[in-house]
Ligand binder design. Structure first.
Ligand code: HEC
Ligand code: HEC
Ligand code: HEC
Length: 420
């Protein structure tokens, strides 16, 4: 998929390098430019610009047109190819850096935070300019896009100045001198270009990050992006650095398999990051405070025993064939539900989504075949789904709030009309 976005210039440049200064002179690009463009290409992958700015199936990398859902309505991501009329070809470098790291459009208008400038603000100026240098090399596509389609009152762009005033802290990443170089690099990538918090950090009523709960989990677009702090039950406390690397590289590790929104982030972005960077991100996530201690010790009320018994029966009939009766699954094939943080999130949206709709786990280049989880939405009624999900959230030492039939019904309604 990324191949589409590969530098068309890449080969030319590589040849120029191999053939030494003569070739470089011939293309008018020196080695320093080449390094900057390559670094920009990599950062564009880390920043996952394609997730929003490339319309899947259009064949036009970064030409915009993809709807981006926000809690307030849908925006259409603009064209960021070098086309001077409909893209950003006529923008100065400074205008580009301002858009990326300050959230201001070309003529000073405010961008909506659906564009992750609240994270990209942490980019160094050099890195922001490298992204620009790379974007200058991709094919220009003429594609006019009208971004804002938000309903009133969010259609008023100027209100975003107020939003920024309240919730946006501009400024590049400051390394923490008490932490290792690896932790700092991981923090830079995750909090800056990787914008992990855009999905994983809970939001306030105006869609801004609740920074006291960084990376503690958030429901969006029909999925729940789980707690990825080091919290022992709901977070990654039980995962080693290698488990995290394997997940971010391939979408799988010994206990988990990625689905939904994270599959796209994996395909377009994390699976293409260098092993060293993935390791630094893992070190950062493991070293991240697990949030409030209340969260750590929070134990759910024990569920009703009749519900647990009904759930155990459904589990034995429908699920144990793959996930096994101990819930431990089969490494590399069927994820473990026993001890799984994804299963024990306070918000059951993702678990219900997977059980009702099934899931085709992500296939990534390093691990191309993906096993599938069948759909149970049409086999099980709301009470049965509530029971089996309550059961897997509380069997084998797991603990999480019970799920009611009305929550299942609501999730079914929410999923109507969603294709993912
Ligand atoms: C989560 C979705 C998302 C991601 C990821 C994203 N963008 Fe955007 N971007 C948007 C949206 C939506 C807008 C339009 C915002 C508006 O109209 O207020 C936008 C606007 C922009 C603009 C302003 C363009 C214009 O015509 O006004 C630039 C430049 C830009 N993005 C560059 C990037 C780059 C470079 C990356 C990767 C480092 C990136 N974006 C990643 C959603 C995204
Ligand atoms: C577009 C939204 C989005 C972005 C951006 C995103 N994630 Fe995720 N992530 C998710 C969702 C949704 C899941 C749950 C997937 C599932 O249930 O299979 C998830 C799952 C995960 C998991 C597995 C957790 C578990 O308990 O199973 C890890 C680890 C993770 N993400 C790390 C990251 C990191 C690191 C970044 C930034 C580099 C990131 N994510 C960026 C949406 C996102
Ligand atoms: C045919 C084999 C099979 C059966 C039967 C099955 N599953 Fe799965 N299940 C999978 C596979 C494969 C995955 C991983 C793929 C994915 O997440 O995309 C999975 C994933 C899951 C997940 C997500 C785990 C995570 O880490 O995000 C949950 C929850 C789950 N199954 C629950 C159930 C329940 C409850 C049942 C019975 C009602 C069930 N499964 C029956 C194969 C199966």
């Amino acid at each position: 998929m990324r191949d589409k976005n590969k530098l068309p210039l890449g080969t030319v440049l590589a040849l120029a390098l191999i053939s030494g200064s003569g070739g470089a002179r011939a293309t008018g690009i020196d080695k320093q430019d080449f390094n900057q463009i390559e670094r920009g290409h990599y950062l564009t992958t880390v920043g996952d610009c394609a997730a929003c700015h490339t319309l899947p199936g259009s064949g036009h990398a970064f030409a915009g047109g993809r709807p981006v859902e926000t809690p307030f309505g849908t925006l259409i991501a603009p064209n960021i190819t070098p086309d001077p009329q409909t893209g950003i070809g006529a923008w100065t470098d400074q205008e580009f850096v301002n858009a990326l790291t300050r959230g201001t459009g070309r003529h000073g208008m405010r961008l909506y935070p659906a564009m992750p400038y609240t994270y990209y603000t942490k980019l160094t100026r050099d890195d922001a300019l490298a992204i620009r240098a790379y974007l200058n090399t991709i094919p220009a596509v003429h594609n006019p896009v009208k971004s804002d389609q938000l309903p009133f009152p969010f259609s008023m762009r100027w209100t975003m100045a107020l939003w920024d005033e309240l919730f946006f802290t501009p400024g590049t990443f400051h390394p923490d001198p008490h932490k290792s170089a690896q932790w700092n690099r991981g923090a830079y990538l995750a909090e800056g270009p990787g914008h992990c918090g855009m999905c994983h950090t809970p939001k306030n009523f105006l869609g801004a990050d609740d920074t006291n709960k960084a990376l503690q989990g958030y429901a969006l677009q029909g999925w729940f992006a789980p707690n990825i702090t080091d919290d022992p039950r709901r977070g990654l406390g039980g995962w080693s650095v290698d488990d995290i690397i394997a997940y971010l590289k391939t979408g799988h590790n010994k206990t988990s398999a990625a689905t939904g929104l994270m599959s796209e982030t994996l395909n377009l972005s994390t699976s293409k990051m260098s092993d060293a960077d993935l390791k630094d991100i893992a070190i950062y996530l493991k070293g991240e405070a697990s949030g409030s201690s209340a969260n750590k010790t929070a134990s759910a009320d024990p569920p009703d025993q009749t519900v647990m018994k009904a759930g155990a029966q459904v589990y034995a009939d429908e699920c144990s064939g793959c996930h096994t009766s101990s819930g431990k699954g089969v490494p590399g094939l069927f994820p473990s539900l026993n001890g799984s943080p994804a299963v024990q999130q306070t918000d059951p949206t993702s678990v219900l989504h997977v059980v009702l709709r099934g899931a085709l786990s992500v296939g990534t280049a390093p691990q191309p075949t993906a096993p599938a989880m069948p759909q149970f939405g049409w086999i099980l009624n709301d009470d049965q789904v509530a029971a089996v999900v309550t059961y897997i959230r509380n069997a084998w030492g797991n603990a999480a709030p019970t799920v009611s039939a009305s929550q299942v019904k609501k999730t079914r309604q929410m999923l109507v009309g969603r294709s993912d």
